[in-house]
Design a protein around this ligand. Structure first.
Ligand code: SF4
Ligand code: SF4
Length: 112
């Protein structure tokens, strides 16, 4: 796959997230802007390629397998994570990625 195609694919998936996840997000402001508590920015957008790979490789009805894959493949390299699998944003429900895994997977699958 060419890098142009990859870029276009990612753009399409990002648009899907913005259309199908952000409007339901508690951090989405009335001003139409993301107010994520994470100073690094919403983890969904930081790890979109990894989320696309997870959505393409897992085909389960239950969300557990996706949540496990997120912890293993994304949280492990997220700079927010602390030793012992703790994440202050997950603990306080302030990570958009952690909160909306089902919506994110659905949005990516619909845009595939
Ligand atoms: S935190 Fe993530 S899901 Fe929520 S509005 Fe921002 S970009 Fe969208
Ligand atoms: S739950 Fe924490 S470690 Fe995992 S993606 Fe979200 S901010 Fe990063």
């Amino acid at each position: 796959m060419s890098s142009d195609t990859q870029r276009e694919d990612l753009k399409r998936y990002e648009e899907a997230v913005r259309n199908k996840v952000c409007p339901y997000c508690v951090d989405f402001g009335a001003d139409g802007i993301c107010h994520s508590k994470d100073p690094s920015g919403c983890a969904i957008l930081r790890f979109l390629p990894e989320l696309v790979a997870i959505a393409k490789s897992i085909h389960e009805l239950k969300i557990d397998a996706y949540a496990e894959a997120v912890k293993k493949n994304i949280c492990m390299k997220c700079r927010t994570r602390k030793p012992g699998d703790h994440c202050m944003y997950r603990d306080t429900l302030d990570c958009g990625l952690d909160r909306y895994i089902p919506l994110i997977i659905q949005a990516i699958e619909d845009a595939a």
